[in-house]
Ligand binder design. Structure first.
Ligand code: DGP
Length: 114
């Protein structure tokens, strides 16, 4: 997707603060952090929302979570705890239409979320 900001990151046209990358997955610090640690994990391939996931994406989705765990461990938040959130569509607050797993930690989290 030519205009998608996260696709531009995936192609290397924009350089975020990358914390993990491989052939299929990229993770980088959120520009508007909501916790002391807040990074996003995305697939390099454009998928607009979780509603667009297909059966063939099962392994890719698993890789997002494994990357999240790896970075959470490296960031020192794995044992204390962290939250993973993927917002879908306007009512959930999705603002970038390229799926991304938020990983937040370093402070206590409230439940239910706002
Ligand atoms: P959401 O509202 O769930 O779609 O979250 C989008 C997140 O993406 C939001 O927390 C801010 C972050 N974000 C948007 N544009 C950029 C960017 O250009 N760089 C970085 N690092 N983060 C971005």
């Amino acid at each position: 997707m030519a205009d998608c900001i996260f696709c531009k990151m995936a192609r290397g046209e924009i350089q975020p603060d990358i914390v993990y990358e491989d052939d299929e997955v990229l993770a980088f610090r959120d520009m508007n952090p909501q916790a002391p640690t807040h990074f996003l994990v995305i697939p390099r391939r454009h998928i607009a929302t979780t509603n667009d996931l297909e059966a063939g994406d099962t392994e890719l989705v698993g890789k997002l979570y494994l990357a999240a765990r790896q970075v959470a461990t490296a960031e020192g938040i794995a044992e204390r705890g962290y939250r993973m959130v993927m917002n879908c569509n306007p009512e959930a607050g999705q603002s970038v239409y390229h799926i991304h797993l938020h990983v937040l930690g370093g402070r206590p989290m409230n439940w239910p979320p706002g």
